[in-house]
Design a protein around this ligand. Sequence first.
Ligand code: GDP
Length: 131
Amino acid sequence: MIKPDAVQDGNSGAILKMIEEAGFRIVALKKTQLSSERAGQFYEVHKERPFYGDLCRYMSSGPIFAAILEKDNAVADFRKLIGATNPTNAEEGTIRKKFAKSIEANAVHGSDSDENAEIEGSFFFSRFERF
Ligand code: GDP
């Protein structure tokens, strides 16, 4: 997902370019806006965390791009490409180092396992839209 801050700042194209140059194939891509409720469902695993309310507000504050990406070792390689959650800790050359504004408004989301990639892909796309 390209998050609201990055879309708002006009960085979507540059981020998609970095993703493609890193060898990912964009299987599906959609611009949409989450309601606060939908954002809450997406981040349900964080619902006990103190930042959950802020995260839902931020994630529903503007349009996002949702994408399904394909590559060998995609989950680990994408986590490497996006960098640490807190951009202060993100390595040079990562998407978050380049575009994230804060630990919350950190430009992109990446699934943390193959299983969650399947769940999160289905959150935004039907099988028909994917293929
Ligand atoms: P990720 O897998 O690197 O995206 O990180 P997490 O799964 O730990 O957190 C999900 C998202 O919640 C992050 O990408 C941030 O947008 C937000 N987030 C994480 N930690 C914090 C925090 O301490 N404060 C705030 N405000 N947001 C946070």
